[in-house]
Design a protein around this ligand. Structure first.
Ligand code: SF4
Ligand code: SF4
Length: 287
């Protein structure tokens, strides 16, 4: 594990436990430990009055190619892992998305190996996904917006029975307090230091991921369902720094090209090195 606690100095006060953004510090019996979910951020050191916590001999592995290969091998994942990263400017190597598209479609193209990193903005967003992702919205006249909602979203055969219900459930999802200018969406092995990764997984693969995450901390992975695929995945992983899974919504599933048995799991990238370490340690490693 990257950071370690010097037992000689530690008084087991527990101050560091609540101040690790990754929930990577736990108490076991009378001792306090750093678990494999530590990502080397160093945040905890500011909270230890005893100066008992510091870098260990090993560093968290941040090589996206190696992490990507390790996850795919452990899970037997056939599709690509998508990575997303917020950026206010399009970086070199990311192609601008041409014209209108869906965020979920761009992710699906990455899953299927059809595209490299692209730069997606609110101006590219056909649906409300950009707003769900903290990218703001494309200019759409109120009248046109109402027509889309009335004809495609509400009523029998739609997502909701009435317009008032459209936003009701959203209070269960975290909201962005900042608008980003764009987002890079690309294969994990070609996206340096992403914010969140998205994996199209079946039930067993989701179980493996969740077990690896819970292995040392006992933290559970929760599902978010009942909103758009974008809303149910990225905001939780990015804003709350915790993993989440979702079946996605009807349109998102179609645009991502998900098979019936597939769900989407979203993990903050900073948890990925720990995840990879623990995938080799759980009950599944005996298979
Ligand atoms: S804050 Fe320092 S002394 Fe307190 S439990 Fe953490 S490492 Fe130990
Ligand atoms: S993840 Fe960061 S805050 Fe948590 S134990 Fe590791 S270095 Fe400390």
């Amino acid at each position: 594990m990257p950071f370690i606690i010097d037992e000689e100095k530690c008084t087991a006060c527990g101050t560091c436990i609540g101040n690790c953004p990754n929930r990577a510090i736990v108490r076991r019996g009378e001792k306090v430990f750093v678990t494999s979910m530590c990502c080397d951020c160093g945040h905890c050191t500011a909270y230890c009055g005893m100066r008992a916590i510091g870098p260990g001999p090993q560093k968290a592995q941040q090589d996206v190619e190696k992490l990507n290969a390790a996850i795919r091998k452990s899970l037997g994942l056939k599709k690509n892992i998508a990575a997303v990263k917020y950026a206010d400017r399009r970086p070199k190597g990311a192609t601008p998305v041409a014209g209108l598209s869906f965020w979920c479609y761009e992710c699906g193209a990455v899953f299927d190996g059809k595209t490299g990193p692209v730069f997606f903005t609110a101006q590219n967003s056909t649906c409300a996904g950009a707003a769900n992702l903290g990218l703001g919205t494309r200019e759409t006249g109120r009248e046109a917006y109402d027509v889309i909602i009335e004809t495609m979203v509400v009523g029998d055969g739609g997502y909701y029975a009435a317009k008032e219900l459209l936003t009701l459930g959203r209070k269960n999802f975290p909201t962005f307090n900042k608008t980003y200018k764009g987002m890079i969406i690309g294969p994990l092995d070609r996206t340096e230091q992403p914010d969140v990764i998205l994996l199209p997984v079946n039930g067993k693969q989701l179980c493996m991921l969740s077990t690896a995450y819970s292995f040392e901390t006992g933290e559970m992975v929760e599902g978010k369902i009942g909103g758009g695929t974008c809303l149910a995945t990225i905001p939780v992983a990015f804003l709350e720094n915790r993993p989440v899974f979702s079946c996605g919504d009807y349109g998102g599933r179609r645009h991502m090209g998900l098979a019936d048995q597939e769900l989407i799991a979203a993990f903050p990238f900073r948890l990925v090195p720990g995840l990879v370490r623990n995938l080799k340690r759980t009950v599944f490693s005996r298979e």
